[in-house]
Design a protein around this ligand. Sequence first.
Ligand SMILES: Cc1ncc(COP(=O)(O)O)c(C=O)c1O
Length: 382
Amino acid sequence: MAETKHPYTLQTLSIHSGRPVEPATGAVSLPIYTSTTYVRDADGGFSREYAYIRDGNPNRNSIEDCLMALEGGEQAVAFSSGMAAAFAVFQALAPKDHVILHRDMYFGVREVIRGVFARWGLEHTVVDMRDIRQIREACRPETKLLWLETPSNPLIEIVEIQPAAEIAHEIGAKLACENTFATPVLQNPLALGADLVVHSMTKYLSGHSDAMGGMVVLKSNSEFGQRIKDYQMNGGAVLAPFDCWLILRGIQTLVPRMRLHCENARRIANFLSTHRAVAAVHYPGLANDPGHTIASRQMRDFGGMLAFEILGGRKEALALASRLKLIVRATSLGGTHSLIEHRASIEGEQTRAPESLLRLSVGLEDANDLIQDLDHALSTGL
Ligand SMILES: Cc1ncc(COP(=O)(O)O)c(C=O)c1O
């Protein structure tokens, strides 16, 4: 697949991008700049670039530069959460505009589209974007944005980015791709034709379940990007300096962490797919997964997220999660700890997750220990 446009590999960029040596002291690790305000020049200007924390902050510039390099974009805008980043993208549209969404997506984004933005006049159509025909049929003259997540949450579906981008461009719309599960280590949507990439940096980019943030990276500087930037500054959903610093720290180990997440997930998916208490495994690394062929083309590896359905229903799934000793029953993903979640309980009525489904964020523990934990919990229930 196409690589980012910088001369260095992603591993080198993840360590060096957005990390200038601090000029005043020579510090190699950028300090955390907590100052909310900056001194004006004698003539009233701000020749040192900074004026007020909501408008700009060195730690925020640093993480925006880093993500811009990792995703190969020309503009990056950091937000206080993944949801704030998604909000800004939809707010950059106008009432009566129409968006097309892939049917499997983070339920929080789906809820704000159905709730907040529908009331605001934004029209939407939900389709299975794995089927090009469905995307084409949903297109209208007012369609301004196609939004997809791949791999998706919670069913780990794979959507092919390139044809979706082509359709978007044919009708004068943009393609936004959530890259939270894959991260730029495994997939670069901008190189495949997407116009913007959206991240919840609370997950793999931060990597340690201790910081929250969101990011929008745009392929090129545009008026649309400026509107997103305006929502960051004037809407005030800015990423705090300490969270910028923590997430940037996490990104330094993103490449080796993703390697191990993928390796552990592959071993667990293989184990689960042969267990007699498991009815189905959703993981694009499995050769019989519906997303395998496309994921092999557009991703460098298959990721650390998987979902599996057990024999039985809600009661059996919840009981299984409660028998685990090592894997933690908690929401979220992308950290060093493995986390398991019964998605139907958290997502409510609109969920697409079957009651028998558990989503697993495979952490960085020893895969043998994780398999043993799962094996014990699954076999006890038989
Ligand atoms: C795929 C995906 N996108 C967005 C979000 C929202 O991110 P945040 O919690 O940082 O607002 C989540 C949260 O779980 C997610 O899983």
